[in-house]
Design a protein around this ligand. Structure first.
Ligand code: F6P
Length: 337
C-alpha cells in the first residue's frame, strides 16, 4: 500500500508526533510506503510530495512544528474573481493518480475534515485525524493539540496571579478560540481564573464588574479574567483590550491585558498529546490496512474509534452551558459573564 499524509490548517504544538504516530506503524507493522505531502492540500495541488523514510521519523515525538509544513488552502472553496480555483480539485486528483496513492491521511481541523470529505466524494480514499488547538471538531471528545495549548495557557495564567496581587490589578488574558471557548474554559478553570468569558455563553460587562467589586469586598483587590478571542466586542477591538477597557470604566480598577496568541501553537506536545498521537495515528494506519476509508479517527470517552466523515463534515463542536466544568465552576463562585 502507498499512502500520502498531510497536515493542514492552523498548526499546534508537536504536529510531528502525529506524523510519527501514523508513519511508524504504517511502515514497520503494515509494510506500507509513506509519502509526505507538503503544506497541506496545497502540496496535492502542486504535486509537492516527498518519500518519508524511517530515518525521517526519529526524534519527531517530542519535537515542535510539522516536518510537512501546513497551509489553510481549501481547494474546493471557490475564491472570488479567481477562475483557477475550480481546477484545483482536478490538479489534486492528477497528483493522487500520478503517484498511485491508495489513501490520503489528512490531519487537521474543521476545514481539513470538510476538504477530505469533498475528496472522498470524488472517490479518493481518505482517513482523517482531528487536530486543532480549538478542540472544536464534531465527532470526537478531544482533538490533537488541545491539551498542549491548554497547558501553555494555564502556565501563563498561573504566572499572572502574582503580578495581579502584587499590583492589586485586574489581569485580562486572551486565549485562542474563535468560535469555541474550549481553551478559555479549560485553561481558565485549571489556572484558577475568577472570570471566564467564552463565545458560546455571551456576557454582561456589569456582571463582570460586580464580580470584581465583590472580590474587593472579600479582601481580594485583584482578579484574573480569561477571555476567548472570539467573544463579542465593539469597534472591532480585540477581546482582551475591549474587556480591560470596559472593566476599568466599570470598576475604576487598574487593568492590564495579555494576548497569548501564537505561543499556544508552538513548542513540544504534552505527554497526553504524545500518547494521543500514538493512539490516533496507529488507529489511522489500522483503518487503512482494513480499507476502512472515509472515516475520521475519534476519541469517544476513553475509546479510539472511527466516525464516518459525512457525519461530521460542516459541523463544529461548541461548549455547552451544561458542561460540568461550568456547573462546578459556578458552584465555586466563578463568573462566566
Ligand atoms: O485554528 C486555530 C487557530 O489558532 C484559532 O484559534 C485562531 O483564531 C486561528 O487559528 C488563527 O488563524 P491563523 O493561524 O490563520 O492566523
Amino acid at each position: 500500500m502507498k499512502i500520502g499524509i498531510l497536515t493542514s490548517g492552523g498548526d499546534c504544538p508537536g504536529l510531528n508526533a502525529i506524523i510519527r504516530g501514523v508513519c511508524k506503524p504504517a511502515i514497520q507493522h503494515y509494510g506500507m510506503e509513506v509519502w509526505g505531502i507538503q503544506s497541506g492540500f496545497r502540496g496535492l495541488v502542486d504535486d509537492n510530495v516527498v518519500p518519508l523514510e524511517e530515518k525521517v521519523l526519529s526524534g519527531l515525538l517530542n519535537s515542535a512544528g510539522t516536518v510537512l509544513g501546513t497551509s489553510r488552502d481549501m481547494p474546493f472553496k471557490r475564491r472570488r474573481f479567481s477562475a483557477s480555483s475550480e481546477d484545483k480539485p482536478s490538479m489534486m486528483m492528477k497528483t493522487i493518480k500520478k503517484h498511485g496513492f491508495d489513501c490520503i491521511v489528512c490531519i487537521g481541523g474543521n476545514g481539513t475534515q470538510d476538504t477530505a470529505y469533498q475528496l472522498s466524494k470524488l472517490g479518493v480514499n481518505v482517513v482523517t485525524i482531528p487536530k486543532t488547538i480549538d478542540n472544536d471538531v464534531e465527532g470526537t471528545d478531544v482533538c490533537y493539540g488541545f491539551d498542549s495549548a491548554v497547558s501553555i495557557a494555564t502556565d501563563a495564567i498561573d504566572r499572572l496571579h502574582s503580578t495581579a496581587s502584587a499590583h492589586q490589578r485586574v489581569m485580562v488574558i486572551e486565549v485562542m478560540g474563535h468560535n469555541a471557548g474550549w481553551i478559555a474554559l479549560y485553561s481558565g478553570m485549571a489556572g484558577g481564573g475568577d472570570i471566564i468569558l467564552i463565545p458560546e455563553l455571551g456576557y454582561n460587562i456589569h456582571n463582570v464588574g460586580s464580580k470584581i467589586i465583590e472580590r474587593l469586598k472579600q479582601g481580594k483587590p485583584y482578579s484574573i479574567v480569561v477571555v476567548a478571542e472570539g467573544i463579542k466586542t465593539m469597534e472591532n477591538k480585540k477581546a482582551a483590550q475591549f474587556i480591560a477597557e470596559e472593566i476599568e470604566y466599570e470598576t475604576g480598577f487598574e487593568t492590564r491585558e495579555t494576548v497569548l496568541g501564537y505561543i499556544q501553537r508552538g513548542g513540544i506536545p504534552t505527554a497526553y498529546d504524545r500518547n494521543l498521537a500514538t493512539r490516533m495515528g496507529g488507529f489511522a494506519a489500522q483503518l487503512i490496512e482494513g480499507k476502512q476509508y472515509g472515516q475520521m479517527v475519534s476519541l469517544n470517552g476513553s475509546t479510539i474509534m472511527p466516525v464516518p466523515l459525512e457525519k461530521i463534515a460542516g459541523k463544529a463542536r461548541l461548549v455547552n452551558g451544561d458542561n460540568d466544568l461550568i456547573i462546578q465552576g459556578k458552584r465555586m463562585g466563578i463568573c462566566f459573564g
